[in-house]
Ligand binder design. Sequence first.
Ligand code: HCR
Length: 396
Amino acid sequence: EEGADVPQDQKAGWASFIKSLAHMTGDLSSMTAPPFILSPTSLTEFPAYWAEHPELFADISEGETEEDRMERVFLWFIATLKGQYTTRNEKMGSEKKPLNPVLGELFYGTWPDVEGRGETVLISEQVSHHPPITAYYVENKKAGVALQGHSGQKTSFSGTSILVKQSGHAMLFVTPKKTGKQETYLITLPKLRIDGIIWGSPYIELTDSSAIQASTGYGVQIDYKGKGYFSGKAHMFKAKMTKASKTIQTFEGEWTGVSNVGSSKGPVFYDADAPKEEITVKPITEQGQWESRNLWQKVANGIRGGDFEAAGRAKSIIENEQRQRRRDEVAEGTSWKLWNFEHVDSDPEFQKLVAMMNDKTQPTTEDAYVYSGEHYKQLLAGASAESAAAAPAPAA
Ligand code: HCR
C-alpha cells in the first residue's frame, strides 16, 4: 500500500511532498518535507564518508607499482560506497532529508594515528548555498595521501524515483613511499536514484558509471546496476581497470557486500562488512559558531526529540540571519569570503586527466575548490598557543 511506512498523522504531508516533487525546479534542499523524513545531520558532514576506512586510505602510498597503487585507490573507493549511500538507512531506517548547510558552515574532524598509520584530518566547508555545494579536504600527511573535492546535486523526479546527478569531482594526491613522486587520481561520482518514495521509505541505488583516472595512465571504470540487471541483487557493480585501452583486471560484486576479482568466483576483493571508523569531532561546547553541530544544535535536538516546532523555530532563526547577511553584502558591495578554499575555473592537472577519460564518465563541470586551509590552520595554531600557555613553563 502506498505510504505504508509513513506515520499515520503524516500521510497527508507525505502525499503533498510527493506531489511537489513533480514541480521541483531547482534543488530539493528548499523543499518542505514531513518531520518523519528529516535527518538531524547536515550535508557538510558527508565528506567524512571518504575516510571511514583510514587504513585503506593510508595504505595507498604503500603500493609497490603503479598498477598496485591504482588497485589500492580503487579498493579504498569501493570501501567508501556503503557508508556514503546506505548509512542513513542503517542508522535511521531509511534515507532521510539532511539539513541544508548555510554558506560558510564548517565541519572539522580527525581519525587517530593507530599503529603508525598517521592521523587523518577532514576539513569540510559549505562553499555555496544556491546551489548547495560542499568542498572538502582529507589528508593523511604521514602517509602522503590527500583528497580534495567538492560535491553538489541536481535533482529531478521520474514519477516514482528522485534522480540525483552529482556535480563535482575529487582529486586524490598520492606520494608513493617507493618513488616519492606525486601521482594524481581524478575521481568522478555516480548518479543516484532514490527509490521507495511511494512507500515512504526511501533508499539509494547507484546508476550509470563513474571512473577513476590516474596520471600514471591507469584507469578504472565502474558500472553500477540495481535489482534485475546483472542479477537479482541490489547495489551491484562491475569494474574494469585499463591502461592504454588494454584491460588489466576486472572486478564485480556488491558495493554493500562482497566483491571479487575477475568473476564472482574469483578471490574476494572487498567485504563491506568490514568495520568502519567514525570521525572524531570536538565536543560541541568547544566548537566555533560556524561548526556544523554547534550551529544546528537546537534544530538537531528538536528533530531527535520529536519537538518539530522548536526545530522549525531554530531553523528560521538561522535562515533569517543568513538572508540578512546576504542583504548586507549586497548593500555593502562585498561578497562572502570562503574560510579554507579558493574557487578556480579549472586547472591543468584536471584537464590532463579528463582528456584521458572515457566521455561518459567525465565530470560535467571543470571548476574546483582548492584547499588553502587558512581557517583550519589558524585554529590549530590558536589551540597550540593556548595549550602552550596552559602548560607549565619549561624548567630553565
Ligand atoms: C541526495 C541527498 C543529498 C546528497 C547526498 C550525497 C550525494 C552528498 C555527497 C555524499 O558524498 C554522498 C551523498 C549521499 C546521500 O545519499 C545523498 C542524499 C540522499 C537524499 C538527499 C536528498 C537531498 C533528500 C531527498 C529527500 C528524500 C529522502 C525524501
